[in-house]
Design a protein around this ligand. Structure first.
Ligand SMILES: NC(=O)c1ccc[n+]([C@@H]2O[C@H](COP(=O)([O-])OP(=O)(O)OC[C@H]3O[C@@H](n4cnc5c(N)ncnc54)[C@H](O)[C@@H]3O)[C@@H](O)[C@H]2O)c1
Length: 441
């Protein structure tokens, strides 16, 4: 093993090192917390000056992480937020946590990975480690990042180290945090793998060293494809069972009593978030290079992306039973975040549902305790602000449509006062039935 690798491993093990985190979003900021808590000096870099200013002032911009974290970081002499690339030249390791979205034709958009890798290459200290954490297809670290870092005579495994370590963060999930979620690590070469493994072993409870960056990249995609496919399966079965008079949520609960061979996934209004609707297509793209089709991924995408339309059809059908057309009916959408208890609307199915309802002439309002205004999105712009979830608003609605089952909503009020509830999450199962007619969608 090169001396430089051994030196880094010893420094990481002693937590006597400075680690840079590039991209301080849903993944980067929790990583900062894990590294800082472990005792490292941490430099947090982002191109978004607003985030850097908020971190300097100790203000929270990701509510689910709590108010204490930014305050603690702002008061710490081991944390520096910055938007100056030169500050990263002090780092012994730099982790890239930048977005990996899809382009307009569902193709991977690696521009954030390329830009940030180029920037890191321009300031990288000799002998330092670079780790890509952003989700991408197998080969990204070697084929995209490596050439950008190996400029001039600088060589990986000798002058710097390069690895992939996928982030498995699940914002809003209780009981897990960066430190307690096992980490996969795969290097571009053996020294890189060992150096990266030493870094994460010092910051999280369990780091698993794999044989290559590609295995780590593929493992992350398998995890998310597995979710997308299984969610599509229950989404497909939902109307089939409903037409047989069977409640799919009861069926899943029953099947989940089997202690092996079955894992529960739940139907819903469609996929959301920065991961599950997007990541599988990264593999689809790469598979084409090898002449393969990824039919499960395509089929799951097709089924899951049809869900908003299925939900709106259900609303139309339920209103029809009350002798009301969609046009002119007041629909109160409850929950617009893509999943419970977060303020994240990226790829939220609520956007397409609201667009379809507006297109059909419904008068749409929404309530979400985590999102005061519906933010402008690439494909959707609504001039909507969250209404209170009180008696007057519930009484006024012809239909309450539950899209996201946040835990701190007054479901008892909905049961007691709403005329009609279309429930995409089986959220009303938790309260005693009231006057509301509940239709599962
Ligand atoms: N959100 C999740 O739950 C989650 C979970 C696992 C993995 N991931 C993956 O992690 C990666 C990051 O996702 P995220 O949810 O944290 O995204 P995010 O949008 O919340 O954060 C990304 C941050 O990167 C910054 N950024 C953009 N370009 C930059 C650049 N050139 N240099 C420095 N900073 C830059 C943005 O300003 C933003 O603050 C993605 O690949 C995603 O697929 C996300």
């Amino acid at each position: 093993m090169p001396d430089a690798a051994q030196i880094l491993i010893e420094r990481f093990t002693r937590r006597d090192a400075c680690v840079g985190v590039v991209g301080l979003g849903y993944v980067g900021l929790p990583l900062v917390r894990a590294l800082h808590d472990a005792g490292f000096r941490v430099i947090g870099y982002d191109v978004d000056d607003a985030k850097i200013e908020q971190l300097r002032r100790g203000e929270a911009y990701l509510k689910h992480l709590g108010d204490a974290l930014p305050k603690e970081l702002a008061a710490s002499d081991r944390f520096t937020p910055t938007s100056s690339p030169e500050d990263l030249s002090a780092c012994d390791a730099i982790c890239l946590c930048v977005p990996t979205p899809l382009g307009s034709h569902q193709e991977p958009d690696l521009s954030y990975v390329e830009d940030s890798t180029r920037m890191v290459g321009s300031v990288l200290k000799a002998g330092a480690l670079v780790v890509l954490e952003s989700t991408s297809y197998p080969g990204t670290t070697r084929e995209v990042c490596l050439p950008l870092l190996e400029s001039g005579n600088r060589r990986c495994g000798r002058d710097f180290f390069l690895a992939f370590s996928p982030e498995r963060e699940d914002p809003g999930r209780r009981g897990f945090e960066t430190r307690t979620i096992p980490r996969l690590v795969g290097g571009i070469d053996e020294p890189s793998g060992k150096v990266a493994h030493a870094l994460y072993s010092a910051a999280v409870e369990q780091a698993v060293l794999l044989d290559s960056a590609e295995t780590a990249e593929a493992a992350k995609l398998l995890e998310n494809i597995y979710r997308a496919v299984n969610i599509a399966l229950v989404n497909e079965l939902k109307p089939v069972l409903a037409d047989m008079g069977i409640d799919i949520w009861k069926v899943i609960k029953a099947a989940a009593t089997k202690p092996f061979g079955f894992q529960a996934f739940y139907p819903g209004p469609g996929l959301g978030g920065h991961c599950i609707p997007i990541d599988p297509y990264y593999l689809t793209h790469k598979a084409r290079e090898y002449g393969h089709a990824t039919r499960f991924i395509e089929l799951a995408g097709e089924i899951n992306s049809r869900m908003p339309l299925a939900v709106v059809d259900r609303v139309a059908h339920a209103l029809n039973q009350d002798a009301k057309p969609v046009k002119g009916s007041r629909v109160l959408v409850v929950g617009i975040a893509y999943k419970p208890d977060v303020d994240d609307v990226r790829e939220t199915p609520a956007a397409e549902i609201i667009r379809l309802l507006l297109e059909r002439g419904a008068i749409v309002s929404y309530h979400d305790p985590h999102i005061a205004r519906f933010p402008d999105m690439r494909r959707y712009q609504f001039d909507l602000a969250s209404s209170p979830l009180d008696q007057a608003h519930v009484d006024a609605a012809d239909c309450v449509l539950i899209v996201t089952n946040h835990s701190d909503l007054d479901y008892a009020l909905l049961a007691a006062r709403a005329k009609l509830i279309v429930d995409t999450r089986d959220a009303m199962a938790r309260v005693t039935p009231g006057q509301a007619r509940v239709v599962k969608a």
